[in-house]
Design a protein around this ligand. Sequence first.
Ligand SMILES: Nc1ncnc2c1ncn2[C@@H]1O[C@H](COP(=O)(O)OP(=O)(O)OP(=O)(O)O)[C@@H](O)[C@H]1O
Length: 383
Amino acid sequence: MVSGLTVRDLVVRYGPTTAVDRVDLDVTAGEVLALLGPSGSGKSSLLRAVAGLERLAGGSVAWDGRDVGDVPVHRRGFGLLFQDAQLFPHRSVAGNVGYGLAGQPRQRREARVTELLALVGLEGFGPRAVSTLSGGQAQRVALARSLAPEPRLLLLDEPLSALDRSLRERLTGELHDVLRATGTTALYVTHDHDEAFTVADRVAVLGGGHLVQVDTPARLWRAPASREVAAFLGYGPFLPAELTGKVARTVLGEVPLGHRSPGDESVDPVAIATRSTLSSGDGALVGLGPGALHVTTPRVSRQQFTDSSSVDPVADDDSIRLRAEAGPVVPVVASRFVRGRTEVDVTLPDGQVATAVASGATEIPDRIEVRLDPTATVVVPRR
Ligand SMILES: Nc1ncnc2c1ncn2[C@@H]1O[C@H](COP(=O)(O)OP(=O)(O)OP(=O)(O)O)[C@@H](O)[C@H]1O
């Protein structure tokens, strides 16, 4: 028997707009799957269709192999958690958390409410009026309320997006822990890839209503299927690359393709799997991830290092060696000191602007030498 959620060929339309276009998706029991994508990509429409809040224009939604298309929202056994906590203002915190347990004996209900408040870090908050809660506390109460009836599937739509960044980061970790501790099966809508990567076992990327890629966070990060996915995850700029057998050659240097010699950590097996599917005729793009460009300090102070174009490649043995070690020297656009390191925006030889990093607070001249770290790049098809 198929266990968990099965979505097949799902279509959601609003008049002429197709918001979800023939999507197939599986969430197995106990799994947390994030739906990630830019604004308007169809995430909420897909989630609402699973919940029963949106009419299906095509396809099916099933739980444990049974179609739930005709089952009304409140009978699906699915819990919902939205961006706005939507707590009942005239009930206490305990009254909110216990709302879905109305049919249970009082003692059992109270014990469950206490247990859930402890789980979300709000021990002792039961008697509080919800109007006295901070945004983060209110969202935790909403989470406890949605978990109370032990839904077989929890549907979360941007549950943290109304909170400020530091609180959001903290609650993302807590949410991960709570969902695991309760063994909750969940579908989690977010436009924030850090949030998706922290909370989910697998991430489904949507673009224009289509499912573009589904994978574990680590595999998605290391081997995005296209430039669009890579750009959405934060890679960029993208450098045109010429594929020559075992490397992708760019203006900043070479990135190894589907090949690794023993002890060579510069390409990981996941990246190899993707990169080996690129064929040399198609051309490729190398996307720069965070930290892919380093500001380097020339080891030898020579005139050649101030402008790489002035290096004579065949001058003498020494300069050939130096040339091989040097990266391009590029003009600096701007620099800033962020989180203990210096980020430097530079103009690459092809005119694109990229960010290079230097450790610590470093004095940055007008032109710097940069070097590419191939382990922080991705190679994607050019089309
Ligand atoms: N009630 C509606 N009526 C008409 N069009 C809608 C409606 N809801 C959504 N849409 C459209 O459907 C498409 C998908 O919207 P949806 O809200 O599912 O995307 P999303 O990825 O969740 O976006 P966001 O992150 O901004 O919430 C968009 O083009 C949107 O304008």
